[in-house]
Design a binder for this molecule. Sequence first.
Ligand code: HEC
Length: 219
Amino acid sequence: MNKKVKQIISLMAVFGCIAIASSSCGKKDPNSPGVEFMPDMYRSPSLETNMAYVTIENGKETGDTLQANRMPVNGTIPRGFMPYAYANDTAGYANAGRYLRNPFPANAANLAEGEELYVKFCVHCHGTGGEADGLVASKLSGPPPSYKGPVLMALSEGKMFHSIYYGKGIMGSHSSQVSKAEIWKIILHIQKLQYPNGVQAPAPLAVDSAAVVKVEAHK
Ligand code: HEC
């Protein structure tokens, strides 16, 4: 290789470097990330669930939207989930007492499950026999009434369900600990404590004479 050729090559290298350097520094848009070698690595073509994407061209919204799936319509409920129709207020309490019925029969399996759940979640306040003599009950500012007292003997199963589901007074809601089916089985056990010779639940209509007729629709 003669001297002239070497000079030409080194000159080309210098100009090349200057060209590369000026192309990366002389950007028009200071926010531009520069050349993207694999744009789909930066901007994934996949769409997120339940997100509406706005399409922008030349800095303006085109009015087109991209969406992976539609938002569920109002009132959609998960499969297998049954909403509770009664609001947590006086009317809801009265209506629950009036219209709610235990769908589970008082057979040996349901009673056994109810007792097991009662011992886990209720016994420390309400006591083994339901006489409000649990270990925690004595520490409460207002201990629960006995299941065998006149007030709770007259309580319809629907009102019981409502109070266990939402809570009442200083008793908190148990809807996160026990399912609706489990609440009904616990109620079977409570009724067994109240009526050891067989369930004689009070007639709801007679007890709830002040019930409001309007049933709250689920929103
Ligand atoms: C922290 C103590 C505590 C626990 C735990 C507890 N309760 Fe209660 N419960 C109470 C008190 C206190 C009341 C009285 C509430 C009132 O009338 O103000 C009550 C009231 C009730 C009533 C009557 C509701 C009404 O409408 O008058 C029922 C039924 C009941 N509890 C069932 C249960 C069941 C079933 C469990 C377990 C799943 C349970 N409780 C767990 C303290 C408790």
